[in-house]
Design a protein around this ligand. Structure first.
Ligand code: ADP
Ligand code: MG
Length: 211
């Protein structure tokens, strides 16, 4: 298995804090696109944060590409997991241009390689001519594509997407679903989506699980 979440339990700190996840398990094969459906407040974002290394499970383990990244006595930092994340609100840096946002995670590359990878990503999302714009100067759908490009740029093993279409208006949504499928297919990356919207998941994923 490429991703193995094994009996993960989690609660946020605090006295009498409720269990957000209770012995949750999920397995994914490399190249799969899996969707996790669940109503608001169920713990979908928390699950992604645990996989990305932004939270630590209290019990259980997470194994990625044969490497244990989280368990009782193991914690691998987010930057060492090779996991990309697209946040629900995209989380673009407002003071950076499109190109600078995409380059953000490429600090390990030399300058020329970094520049080349930014161009490759801009072409993938078909926004080469908008490289110098700031996030407030582009549409919601374009911001979403930049967030995907930023997450994909460092060549992660796994891409996590949190409610990727929820901030888009309904008329844009169908177009963007198709566009996203294209981007995912051409990058051939293993993707885990979470959403409360089953239609979005059905359009984007090969398999849907519930939380
Ligand atoms: P979902 O993404 O499915 O809407 P979340 O993972 O965001 O759910 O949240 C699950 C539960 O955890 C919610 O009840 C939420 O209020 C709570 N929660 C989320 N973040 C925190 C936090 N930092 N501290 C305490 N509780 C939190
Ligand atoms: Mg959420």
């Amino acid at each position: 298995m490429f991703l193995e979440i094994d009996s993960v339990s989690f609660a946020y700190p605090g006295k009498n804090a409720p269990w957000i996840l209770s012995e949750y398990s999920l397995s994914m094969e490399a190249g799969e696109r899996v969707g996790i459906a669940g109503p608001s407040g169920r713990g979908k974002s928390t699950l992604l944060r645990i996989i990305a290394g932004l939270e630590c499970p209290l019990q259980g383990s997470v194994t990625l590409d044969g490497r244990r990244v989280a368990s009782r006595d193991i914690y691998v930092a987010p930057e060492d997991r090779q996991v990309g994340m697209v946040f629900q609100d995209y989380g673009l840096f407002p003071h950076m241009t499109v190109a600078q946002n995409i380059a953000y995670g490429l600090f390990r590359l030399r300058r020329a390689e970094r520049r080349q990878q930014v161009v490759t990503m801009l072409e993938l999302i078909r926004m080469r001519d908008l490289a110098a714009r700031y996030p407030y100067e582009i549409s919601g759908g374009q911001q979403q594509r930049v967030a995907i490009a930023r997450a994909l740029a460092p060549n992660p093993k796994l891409l996590l997407l949190d409610e990727p279409l929820s901030n888009l208006d309904a008329t844009l949504r169908a177009d963007i679903r198709a566009e996203m499928c294209e981007i995912m297919e051409s990058s051939r990356i293993t993707c885990l989506f979470v959403s409360h919207d089953l239609d979005d998941l059905a359009a984007l994923c090969g398999r849907i699980e519930t939380l």
